[in-house]
Design a protein around this ligand. Structure first.
Ligand code: 4AD
Ligand code: MG
Length: 464
């Protein structure tokens, strides 16, 4: 009978010492002498490698030759306590099967450290490195934490469409979806593209946010959240922007802006605590290799209440700051990341939730304040990241919402269903969007958003 495989994550269990085990994985390194060879085997289940000890009296040249960095093996042998330093147990190989070789002249991930930029070009293999193994295991645990947080609080997971006919943010940064022949477009009499001939009988695009449909869910089910891919054709080549990212959007009936801020703060803290509790080895590794203030920063965020500050007060702090900003500060501006980081990293030294922004720089659906100038928006600003969450209380009044839609010339015929939430049993409600990759950036301490999603989509890059 074939011996059942043990994952390496499960092998460091003292009860297994003395038993015969079967392990499978990829060779990270091989070293040794004429008598004995040591292979570090990794199977992705943990950052830890398992040491395989190979007695050259038992294995011939032919078996040993293909065992090089990157090759894949099935090893059986006795699990014993290790005398060497760096590991508690090791396997004394009794049989070795090579699944696949990796030619040392071609395999790009040889022993030495590679730059993150180099590895980005090898995204098909980079998850085999310690760094990316750690990042993607952490990403998984954070995704699980998102579902756990909301499920435990009675929120329902709602799947909103990826193909839509509306621009939820009113910012026009959309990828079109069409089956029309671009080389032979059907035209109407006045020469415009005739979208009635397109697949859906109208112009469609990939969603920039599930919020509008999320509001339909919240005003029926009470509290929902979405967690899905989001697409933005904004041409911003920055370490914080992707053209395809994952967003979590809770939406809750009967919540005002303060309830919304409480939820946002609890949610982020829950996710960070979850990662600290479930990804210790990986976070320790990243802390040690890249940024030895990472764990301190994660614990720091957990320990403090987030500052809650009016946009207007934030502007005043920036105006009084001694620092010279590249983008000049005045009331009405959309804050740049240098401004956000000044407030968070230098002035308050903890996360800040900024509220009551000027209506001109925020989306049409936000609740209008009585001053006629500001809306009940909230952005959560984080150290190192800047904006990690954007949200608001929603305008629940039919006439005010319609006026704003008209002021901004948003095509009404696409919005009729959204307006009906305010027509039939409207309620105060609120929600927000968390950019999942920005959370993963914060928790891993990585510096570039391209390094926390497996296959990043950015301007001029859709490789893999
Ligand atoms: O602030 P945004 O644009 O808000 C919305 O989309 C609302 N509909 C959310 C809501 O209220 N339900 O985006 C929300 C968050 C940002 O704070 C940021 O973390 C992330 O999504 N985000 C991006 N992340 C990566 N790449 C991009 N291009 C992003 N654009 C926004
Ligand atoms: Mg925003």
């Amino acid at each position: 009978m074939e011996l059942k495989r043990t994952k390496i994550v499960d092998i460091f269990n003292p009860e297994l010492v003395g038993s015969k085990v079967s392990v499978k994985g990829w060779v990270r390194t091989r070293r040794g002498n004429k008598h004995v060879q040591f292979v570090a085997l990794n199977d992705g289940s943990t950052i830890k490698n398992l040491q395989i000890v190979i007695d050259l009296e038992k294995f011939d040249e032919e078996t040993m030759k293909p065992i090089t960095t990157g090759s894949s093996l099935h090893v059986e042998g006795d699990l014993v306590a290790s005398q060497g330093k760096g590991q508690t147990v090791e396997v004394q190989a009794s049989s070795i099967e090579v699944y696949g070789t990796a030619d040392p002249d071609e395999y790009p991930l040889q022993k030495k450290g590679h730059t993150l930029e180099f590895l980005r070009e090898k995204a098909h293999l980079r998850m085999r490195t310690n760094t990316f193994g750690a990042v993607f295991r952490i990403r998984h645990h954070l995704a699980y934490a998102v579902h756990k947080f909301f499920n435990d609080r009675g929120f329902f997971y709602l799947n909103t469409p990826l193909i839509t006919a509306s621009d939820a943010e009113g910012a026009g940064e959309m990828f079109q979806v069409t089956t029309l022949d671009l080389n032979n477009l059907p035209r109407t009499e006045d020469g415009k593209i005739d979208y009635s001939k397109d697949f859906f009988g109208k112009a469609t695009n990939l969603t920039v946010s599930g919020q509008l449909e999320g509001e339909l869910g919240a005003t029926s089910l009470g509290a929902i959240y979405t967690f899905g891919p989001t697409f933005r054709a904004e041409n911003s080549n920055t370490p914080r922007h992707l053209a395809e990212f994952w967003m979590i959007e809770p939406e809750i009936a009967f919540y005002d802006i303060n309830d919304n801020m409480d939820l946002a703060e609890d949610f982020i803290k829950f996710c960070i605590q979850w990662a600290l509790d479930h990804c210790k080895d990986d976070i320790d590794f990243l802390n040690q290799m890249y940024d030895n203030t990472l764990i301190e920063r994660l614990n720091g965020v957990l320990a403090e209440n987030f500052v809650r500050l009016d946009y207007t007060d934030g502007i005043n702090i920036l105006l009084e700051a001694k620092k010279k900003f590249e983008f000049p500060v005045k009331w009405g501006i959309d804050l740049q990341s240098e401004h956000e980081r000044y407030l968070v990293e230098e002035h308050f030294k903890r996360p800040v939730i900024l509220t009551n922004y000027p209506k001109e720089i925020k989306a049409f659906y936000m609740k209008q304040n009585d001053d006629g100038k500001t809306v009940r928006a909230m952005d959560v600003l984080f150290p190192q990241i800047g904006e990690i969450i954007g949200g608001s209380e929603r305008e629940a009044d039919y006439d005010k919402l319609l006026n704003r839609i008209n002021e901004l010339n948003i095509p009404m015929k696409d919005m009729w269903w959204y307006l009906e939430t305010r027509k039939f049993g409207t309620v105060p409600h609120s929600g927000f969007g968390l950019g999942f990759e920005r959370l993963v950036l914060f928790v891993t301490g990585m510096q570039n958003i391209r390094d926390v999603i497996a296959f990043p989509r950015t301007p001029n890059n859709a490789e893999f």
